[in-house]
Design a protein around this ligand. Sequence first.
Ligand code: CP
Ligand code: NVA
Length: 333
Amino acid sequence: MSASLKGKSLTKELDFSAAQFHYLLNLAAELKAATKAGAEIQQLVGKSVALIFEKTSTRTRAAFEVAMAQQGGSTTVFDAASSQIGHKESIADTAQVLSRMYDAIMYRGDLQATVETLAKNSKVPVINGLTDAWHPTQMLADLLTMQEASGKPLTDIKFSYVGDARNNMGNSFLITAAILGMNFAIGAPKSLWPTDQLVAQAQQIAATTGATLQLTEQPEAAVANSDFVHTDVWVSMGEPDSVWKSRIEQLLPYQVNSKLFSAAAAGAKFMHCLPAYHDQETKVAQFAASLTGISGGIEVTDEVFQSAANIAFEQAENRLHTTKALLIATILG
Ligand code: CP
Ligand code: NVA
């Protein structure tokens, strides 16, 4: 059963059904096992994928490039500085050009409208590798990681997300949990919740799938009984440095530290899409510390990050296996 993914674009999670999510997760698990066993069958020989980056990336770029290399295909990376995209050629024209040469297009940038315009004008599948609004390829990796670590069906997993919930990660978790009938809680100040419209849409989907969705300003209430506690950076790509001070003051009660983490279920795991500010080893963390006096980690303490509960690097590796599944399913069916 290919779940009819051939030629399909993934611009946001709402594009996919629960059955399509499950198909991709099963395929990713099979591909991961084959790769680990040295028994990978190359299915994308002669296929090429265009990767457009208007924002920086480590994991997403690595996942797409290595997935295509292991499958016998190739990639080309385009950015604004070295291509015509955006400043000399419209997104619609770019889609027409690239889809005559490539078998799929990945886009990472600010605007959701850009990836949707690409998809509308492309003859080949267009995959959202992160916009301000959604991060669907991250969702596939996070779901596979939670499935593997818990051994439970997705519908039996309780997970939570604390921190800045009104952008890509918060939106994506809310809708993904709704589509898949999961038990999910957001812990964030109300001003950083997903929009009322999105929450209503998620609740409408949840009413048909059996999902339990909770939004609370109480971090402990969100984390309570969670098998998995997720967070993300408090200031996302594209936001000005000037927001750091007030954001840290606003979100400090939502920091994943040992005290907050102890409110989760026994044996709970910590997850983060990465990169994470868990110590003072990055320029950004040092800058944030100079503004606020915060020492050590920001959205997560080094104590939690360095503990056995942290499975963020397994989660990062799963970007590769799930991206490979997505490319095979959308290019070949
Ligand atoms: N999690 C994630 O998307 O990482 P990159 O920004 O490094 O691609
Ligand atoms: N919310 C983060 C996710 C990074 C993978 C950002 O947009 O910067």
